[in-house]
Design a binder for this molecule. Structure first.
Ligand SMILES: Cc1ncc(C[n+]2csc(CCOP(=O)(O)OP(=O)(O)O)c2C)c(N)n1
Length: 564
């Protein structure tokens, strides 16, 4: 007899899931045990939110859904952050929680939450795993995560159902369907018709693309003096090589959003910068406004904290609707691989000679600071390090394939704009949601997914204090990375915003918690430095030795003003 829990575990294993992240409660223990029997590793973490964030990164890097497991009630409630993040940042995540059995009397309210109702608006598929539905809902939940745009599925399994003998086959009628209002998550495009399956596509749009769009695109680019291609998270990483060839061979000016950093080489001459509310956003907005043709390749406004995407005439080239299911005006919706292959057969329709050179120059100057050589100027004895020197020191010694994760705050703006990403899928941040707590969790997921790849987490001291305890997890489960904590004793991004609003300073500063001691308390070595050379040497040493290290770097929050 195969129990429903055992069938669930088998279905996950057969789908290639080899690790599940989570935190147990009594009601989910049977499933965890069945996962173990099925050869799936349970990565025990210190908070369900962190487990979900780590799982999503792990999954996306492996090209499949990450899986997070929680108990019912409070454990399930802690999934709001990672499920929201998976929704807005297009990360594939299957969450499974325990739930009170249906058979319990209606008067039983202890730990009972309407979990399906809570998570339905931000997931693509919600269902109850029962003996009758298990063979249907588990594969469908996994598949929904991987349909474009990627996102989350949510399943519940009661402790009683877990033990029941699993039924033989699918019973689709008992399954709660995908949330209707998303408008996304249709079947992927078929081979014959690249537009098949896109929800909400009008007949006119279907006729227009792709031939007309292709001709229009060539004509527009041929007549443009200042074209700018803006690439966003709607581009499938599997198309990275094509995208890169296109912008490189045509020498097209290109910008990216943070979620696709690395899809093009950011050290190349045609790279203009990062759009979407990072440092130097004024410069990037200037570049966008002065472009005479703006192509939004997979661009999704979920990453943009302003409204220029509404005001500027963007030619959107998308494979799927935006995260909210909407399609912008002037959209061409078709297969990026096909389009890029066709474009690559053509010679460039014009030659563009670095039309954004002044923006690129000013962007570089922002990183260097008002007087270059902040490191030498300040010296090793300085109480703080110039934030730009942190990026430059680390980028100078870490290999291009290094995976960088950031948390949320001023340091995210800094690394998001200036970390010179060179390899696809090597930069991870929460940007659609912008949820603190992401950086360390993402580093754990990334390191477990790519065991030999160097990983660097850049976090603020506020975010670090939200989940530093996961350093113990990292040490225990074999995740290896360097964490750089930018210490300024405040929620500095919010402090800057408070100053910008001319409000009194209030509710943004905290007393320091010793970062090095926190690391050491979790079994991880730590050091503090304001010397860029020492920072670089320590990071490189830890990466080469494959050991965890936390490096605290004091910064002056006021320096960010000069960079932003
Ligand atoms: C979970 C969560 N809570 C609050 C915020 C609002 N918020 C955005 S940035 C920020 C400050 C982060 O401070 P820190 O981690 O020290 O980074 P810094 O800005 O100093 O670089 C806050 C509170 C958020 N984005 N996410």
């Amino acid at each position: 007899m195969t129990s429903t829990a055992a069938a669930t575990a088998r279905l996950l294993a057969d789908a290639g899931v080899d690790r599940v992240f989570g935190l147990p409660g009594g009601e989910i223990l049977v499933l965890i045990d069945e996962l173990r029997r099925a050869g799936i590793d349970f990565v025990l973490m210190r908070h369900e939110a962190n487990a979900g964030l780590a799982a999503a990164v792990y999954g996306k890097l492996r090209g499949q859904p990450g899986v997070v497991l929680t108990t019912l009630g409070p454990g399930a409630a802690n999934l709001m952050l990672p499920l929201s993040n998976a929704y807005l940042d297009q990360e594939p995540l299957l969450a499974i929680s325990a739930q009170i059995p249906d058979e319990y009397p209606a008067e039983h309210t202890h730990q009972l939450l309407p979990l399906h109702d809570v998570y339905r608006p931000i997931t693509k598929f919600v269902a109850k795993i029962t003996a009758d539905t298990v063979h249907d809902v588990v594969p469908r939940a996994l598949a929904a995560c991987m349909e474009r745009p990627f996102g989350a599925s949510y399943l519940t399994l009661s402790a009683r159902a877990a033990l029941e003998p699993a039924g033989g086959g699918p019973h689709a009628s008992q399954v709660a369907g995908p949330h209707a209002s998303r408008g996304a998550g249709g079947p992927p495009a078929s081979d014959g018709d690249p537009l098949a399956g896109f929800a909400g596509l009008t007949a006119r749009m279907r006729k227009m693309a792709p031939a007309l769009v292709f001709v229009q695109l060539m004509m527009k680019l041929g007549n443009a003096a200042r074209p700018l291609v803006v690439i966003g998270l709607g581009v499938d990483p599997r198309n990275a090589a094509r995208v890169r060839r296109w912008v490189e061979e045509w020498n097209l000016p290109v910008a990216v959003t943070p979620k696709v950093k690395g899809i093009v080489d950011e050290t190349a001459a045609n790279f203009v910068g990062v759009v979407g509310g990072m440092a130097a956003d004024d410069l990037m907005c200037e570049a966008l406004a002065s472009a005479d043709v703006l192509i939004g390749l997979g661009l999704d406004p979920v990453e943009i904290d302003r409204t220029w995407h509404v005001d500027l005439p963007i030619d959107w080239i998308l494979e799927a609707p935006h995260v909210d299911g909407r399609l912008p005006a002037r959209v061409a919706l078709f297969d990026h691989a096909q389009m890029l292959d066709t474009l690559l057969k053509q010679p460039p329709p014009a030659k563009w000679k670095a039309p954004f050179a002044h923006v690129q120059r000013q962007r570089r100057d922002r990183l260097a600071g008002p007087s270059r050589g902040a490191a030498t100027e300040r010296g090793a004895g300085s109480p703080t390090m110039w934030p730009g020197d942190i990026v430059q020191a680390l980028a100078g010694v870490l290999p291009p394939q290094t995976i960088v994760t950031t948390d949320v705050g001023s340091h995210k703006y800094l690394f998001g704009q200036f970390w010179p990403s060179r390899v696809p899928q090597t930069f991870w941040m929460s940007n659609g949601l912008s949820g603190m707590g992401y950086g360390l969790s993402a580093a754990i997921g990334a390191s477990l997914a790519r065991r030999t790849t160097p990983v660097l987490a850049a976090v603020g001291d506020g975010g670090f204090s939200m989940n530093a305890q996961e350093l113990e997890t990292a040490e225990r489960v074999g995740a290896r990375f360097v964490t750089v904590v930018l210490e300024d004793g405040s929620y500095s991004l919010i402090k800057l915003s408070q100053e910008g609003k001319k409000l009194d300073r209030y509710g943004v500063d905290f007393s320091p918690i010793d970062t090095v001691k926190m690391a050491e308390a979790c079994g991880v070595a730590g050091l503090r430095t304001t010397d860029p050379d020492e920072l670089a040497a320590a990071a490189r040493g830890a990466i080469e030795a494959r050991r965890n290290l936390v490096i605290a770097v004091p910064v002056d929050y006021a320096d960010y003003r000069r960079i932003f």
